[in-house]
Ligand binder design. Sequence first.
Ligand code: ATP
Length: 354
Amino acid sequence: MSTLTLNKIAKSYPNGFKAIHELNLDISDGEMVVLVGPSGCGKSTLLRMIAGLEEISSGDLSIDTTRVNDLEPGERDIAMVFQNYALYPHMTVFNNMAYGLRNRKTPKQEIERLVNEAATMLELDHLLDRKPNQLSGGQRQRVAMGRAIVRHPKVFLFDEPLSNLDAKLRVQMRLEIKKLQRRLGTTSVYVTHDQVEAMTLADKLVVLNKGNVEQVGTPIEIYDNPASLFVATFIGSPSMNILDAYMTSQGIELNGSVKSLSANSLEQKKVKLGLRPEHLQIDNEQPWFNVEVEFIEALGADLLLYCQTQEAQSQQLVLRVEGHSPIEMGDTLGVNIKPENIHLFDCDTSKRIP
Ligand code: ATP
């Protein structure tokens, strides 16, 4: 069992900047938690505090039932995979992977066994004699992973490990990391600013904004019920469309026409209306509102339609439709959406209206 508990963890840098505000998080045994958020939100700071590379200003960090705030990085039984792989250039792949074990005075035969086991798992067997500069980016990434797994640590930490790889390799390695983590069942914390990576890897997603947790949940819970405008627009690609609308006792009014919702009594006020591009449907028979297509991006399987609502103060929105739809720039389309796919947010607080 390896659980990780963050209890009111905070970080102030010496210049007084508060990078992490009192943050609580429970990570279960074997769980993969992904910390996601825009640049500067505090992801790396938090990961480095868990690793012991950054001092914790206040709060308690525990692995299982032991408080580890004051333990050195090497004493925490944590292995970290860095963005730049941090391999030793003069050492072979074998020695890079064996390095941590040798430092711990692991017997030679045991080192051989552990490195070979990890190399097989990562398909590095034939590369053990090479130096890092004789490897591709993806292979280097695997060596960095290998160095972490040979130690069988209690916790893996990943700091944007795929960001130096090209798009195709990222997708491939993402899948490999997920499979490996499942197979080993090691409790993991993974940092990324890429929301697709976050969605696909996470058992539990933690969305950070300015050093605070905006929302914690499974990727699907967060996609289906974003708690704030920030989360709504950060998770999902392309981003959720946010439009100015009115909530009335009859339903939601956009562009002069009202869509009734199942909620009984709706307070009368201005709201932010959230509509995901993939949930909008072209419906010329019974549209909720009309749009004009301004620009089309063909992605193959899908088309992205960049549109404007037809009203005095027109608003921009994107629709994602099936790739072979016969639509052209300048077309006027009727648009509708299922009531359950409508998201509403408070204009003042930016929080979700239930
Ligand atoms: P990125 O995705 O760009 O790496 P991040 O979410 O990992 O961003 P952090 O590196 O954790 O962000 O930084 C969080 C905040 O703390 C940022 O505003 C950053 O400028 C600030 N910060 C980081 N290190 C220091 C430091 N040594 N002194 C003062 N402020 C710092």
